[in-house]
Design a protein around this ligand. Sequence first.
Ligand SMILES: [Zn+2]
Ligand SMILES: [Zn+2]
Length: 605
Amino acid sequence: MDEHEGGTIIPAIQLGVRRAWRGIEFGTREWWREYRRFIHELPVPGEAWLEPERVQAGEEVYLKLSFRVGARGIDRYGHIAVETPFRTLQPLAPDTVLRSRTPYLSVSCTDPRSHLDVTCSDGIVDILVQAYPLEEGEIVTVHFADPLGNPIRMPEQSLRYPFPVALDVDNSGRYRRIASFPVLEVTGGYPRCLYVVAPSAVQPGEPFRVRALALDGFDGNPSPGYSGHVRVLCTDPLAQVPCEAEISDNYLALSGVVLRTPGVHTITLLDEHNGLIGQSPPIGVDFFPEGWRAYFGDIHGHNEHCDGRGTVDEYYLWARDVRILDFCALTNHVEGAKRLPVEDFWRLDIAKANDYNSPGNFVAFVGFEWGGWTVWGDKCVYYLEGDGPYFPANEPVADTPGKLFARLESRDAIVVPHHTKYGGRTVWDEHDPRWEPVVEIYSIWGSSECYGEHSVQAAWERGYRLGVIAGSDDHTGHPGTPPGGLACILAGELTREALFYALESRRCYGTTGARILLDFRVNGVPVGGVVRNTETVEVYVRVAGTAPIEKVEILRDSEVVYSADGDGREVTLRWREVRGRGRYYYVRVAQADGHLAWSSPIWIE
Ligand SMILES: [Zn+2]
Ligand SMILES: [Zn+2]
């Protein structure tokens, strides 16, 4: 490189780098394209490590990443780039005005002559080697802290965070990775509460399993190493349940628990020594006349294969063993330009869904997300079988919902529009009841229930028969975690087939994450169904909350026609009217703790 060019070229390179390394969180394609370019090439020499390697969620830590220059060395104007989980990093310069809560970093080198320029963009640190080339064995260290001594705050979500390091050794603009990335293991913090999960609906005398673990106060991360002696309290005087139990290695599975008294019960665990308590969601004994179970799960989330974090294993293990969901699906974006080529991660996503699918224990569906903020709105596609193709919304094969539906022909598939009011908003002109039986009414984006042409109510007002579920749209490796929502599916057994057919018949509802039990019927027809040839409309609602119920509302054609204040955690309502012009009824439940539930509608014909 010519001396004279330096002054003008360097800023241009840095500008280019900044553009190329735009954050994955913002969904830009450029960064992934750059990353893909080098990820399949042979790695370049170099070694990186973190100190410390294991930290607690939310803790403030003096974190250091060191990089030892490998055999090739790094030329003048070469680059070292590091991806970090800290999105708003600021490099420290002599004129930096420090602001509170901003994560800062500075860079040092064992070669005292070195001059390193640092830029940060959405968590990617790019170090430009100025003045002197770096020779083999020199160590460049990134210090995450500011000069006032404020260390950096660790992520609140426990997970293994890779810090990929890539080098442009000769200022060619080609970044290539080093062979192995350091990984920061963020574990849960101190236990704050016990998380207790039991089946939501059981038959009298039927043995079941209660599971529990201790969670911290951040994102509900499991507290590693917690052990405790707990008292077990149950509201059913005829229950067959041990009085005491041991939680060891932060896991408890009590098998053979039996409830006998019809009604709604809870099981509470109390660790008096450590001051921890946790109560199960309501367990309905003989709650649904058909003997249905209420299965809770989350079928909308992403991992590091697209714009989320964590491996597929981390995703499913969190769903199954931490949130103790009954079912789950990973729905990665398939619009290309990801860390891995889509065809590669799609095969892996399918294989893992099939590995984790265990009928009777935990159901995992094969699915993907179609869209990515399209003009038509995003939708997730699920297959009943453990296999199927993916269809990107940015390719002519499936760039409209109509084309997508046509591609699904001959398959057992369900398409679920989501966050219909946010981001890629749903255009309801393109709806096909054959493929879209339900809609996601709530996720971390908020509620899409009412207001405006993209809302779920707008779809119902058009006459569409859409049931509702809720999900998370999690990108943090923590599916099924508040503030994400949960879908509840009413089915006879926990299998792909039973859940899939229940979704097709709209026998489901959505909540903001609480395992609220809800039975809603009109003239005896259960949720999602159609009532025909009737003179009167008789509504029956039975709710069991996870907290005191504030109110239960019955809506006719999206207008509240009856509202009942709650009195405790259970509400049973019977309400009737002469049949008018109303086309559909649904129920909305609000708890005193802010949690909500929405039933699928029941239609009148
Ligand atoms: Zn989406
Ligand atoms: Zn999504």
